[in-house]
Design a protein around this ligand. Structure first.
Ligand code: FES
Length: 155
């Protein structure tokens, strides 16, 4: 009986040791992974729509944006404001305010671009007209093709 008890204790100690080895091994693998994954992400270039500087992006279809409205779209990794004026013309500018880089928005009540951070105003040519912004917004080209809106950089 005493021999059986000793055997049981050895078995239990062995399974505890193997459990601890598995736990230690998986913790080590997690630790190494948490170091290597960010390095790997840093070294591999982004793909597809997240591309740093695309030549043109599809911003939607003409019926999606009503006159006297605007929306923020992604141009690579940068925000761009796409506007449809009251007259129905499309305009696009970088959406990063030239003051302290807040994201601007279209204000239908003003019928121009506005930055909420410090009450900066830009007209529909992207020119800073009031408030602290020191420079105009960078303009983008808008092309309509078969009902689709394409935004591209002006070269
Ligand atoms: S960040 Fe736009 S007005 Fe200051």
């Amino acid at each position: 009986m005493a021999q059986n008890k000793g055997e049981h204790s050895r078995e239990s100690s062995k399974s505890r040791r193997s459990f601890l080895n598995i736990l230690l091994g998986s913790s080590l693998a997690g630790f190494v992974g948490s170091i290597l994954y960010p390095v790997w992400r840093y070294l591999t270039p982004p793909k597809g729509p997240g591309e740093a500087s695309p030549t043109s992006v599809l911003a939607g279809t003409v019926d999606e944006l009503k006159p006297n409205s605007g929306e923020i779209i992604k141009y690579g990794r940068k925000p761009v404001i796409l506007i449809r004026t009251e007259a129905g013309e499309y305009r696009a500018f970088t959406a990063i305010c030239t003051h302290l880089e807040c994201i601007v928005q279209y204000r239908p009540d003003f019928q121009h671009i506005w930055c909420a951070c410090h009450n900066g105003h830009y007209n529909l040519q992207g020119i800073n007209i009031s408030g602290p912004p020191p420079r105009p917004l960078e303009p983008f080209k808008v092309n309509i093709k078969e009902g689709k809106i394409f935004v591209s950089k002006i070269i």
